[in-house]
Design a binder for this molecule. Structure first.
Ligand code: NAD
Ligand code: ZN
Length: 277
């Protein structure tokens, strides 16, 4: 059992060393990531200033019917938003934080990554066990037969852009044309979790949380439930919780160690420290 130390009394360097010491002693490390993990890949978070929910009401565009309604009411704004989102995701690549997590997996330390992100960047960095509780933007699910298909990003974005440009009037039929077609003839929707929809792979995620010795909580504000409950579950099952976040989150009271830094800066330093210890 790793002793819990007192917080708020360490320099940044001491925090990095402490985190490295704790992590190198386990083979049961699980990472839990949120939008902040991908901020340094150029994908804005939802709740930081300038982020999506700073500009749009989640109730308004975070559901299928809400999005359709917004497209009909404020088509130019939503068209610009979709185009901006496609451009951002198309350019995103794994950042040093993602690469550090892959290194921890190759060292036999990191067992899995549970992510709320839909951007596929943990998989692209090389991590093999990624539990995507909010789905994956490049995977599509047929609304008729349920078949799933993962498309290359360039292919799927080119399809959406072309369809979006050709729509002059938004209604249910024209919006459906944004969705690719399945071999069964049905339309395929992105396999991501919208507001009010069921979270994916939740039992597996909770099992990982309950059985880890150390959990890294990376760039998440901790307000989207039920995923946000995972660190608390890990903590109450006896895990040490290490949070890396330059800003605010709801995990302050449960984290044994809080490193107030970007994940793309702190994670590589922790890995370096483990490698050269
Ligand atoms: P959030 O937007 O609510 O919170 C982001 C958190 O990241 C904040 O606590 C912020 O302080 C922190 N942060 C900002 N920059 C950081 C950095 N460089 N390093 C570390 N931390 C940083 O994000 P959330 O808690 O993940 O909730 C948003 C929901 O929206 C998620 O469930 C996710 O599904 C979705 N989302 C996904 C993406 C993506 O796939 N990349 C992007 C935006 C939102
Ligand atoms: Zn089908």
């Amino acid at each position: 059992m790793i002793p819990i130390w007192r917080k708020g009394q360490m320099s940044f360097e001491q925090l990095i060393c402490k985190a490295a010491d704790v992590i190198k002693g386990t083979k049961k490390l699980v990472a839990f990531s949120g939008a902040g993990m991908s901020a340094e890949s150029g994908i804005p978070t939802f709740r930081d200033p300038g982020g999506l929910w700073d500009r749009f009401d989640p109730e308004e565009i975070g559901t299928g019917p809400g999005l359709l309604n917004a497209l009909m009411r404020i088509p130019d704004k939503i068209r610009a938003l979709i185009n901006e989102t496609l451009t951002t995701f198309a350019a995103a690549k794994p950042n040093p934080g993602h690469h550090a997590l892959f290194t921890l997996e190759t060292m036999g330390i990191l067992r899995s990554v549970i992510t709320q992100n839909v951007d596929n960047l943990h998989g692209e960095a090389g991590n093999t066990r990624v539990i995507e509780v909010h789905g994956n933007l490049y995977r599509y699910r047929c609304l008729s037969c349920g078949r799933k298909n993962t498309f290359p990003r360039t292919e799927i974005f080119a399809h959406v852009r072309k369809a979006l440009d050709s729509i002059t009037h938004f209604n249910l039929t024209s919006v459906m044309s944004l969705l690719p077609q399945c071999s069964c003839g049905g339309r395929m929707r992105p396999d991501v979790v919208m507001f009010g929809e069921a979270v994916q792979s939740l039992p597996e995620a909770f099992k990982e949380a309950e059985s880890c010795e150390v959990m890294l909580v990376l760039g998440t504000s901790g307000v989207v439930f039920p995923a946000a409950a995972l660190p608390e579950r890990a903590k109450s099952a006896g895990a040490t919780v290490i949070e890396i976040n330059p800003g605010l989150s709801s995990y302050r009271s449960i984290s044994d160690l809080h490193i107030q830094s970007k994940t793309g800066e702190a994670l590589p330093l922790i890995v370096q420290r483990i490698q050269h210890a």
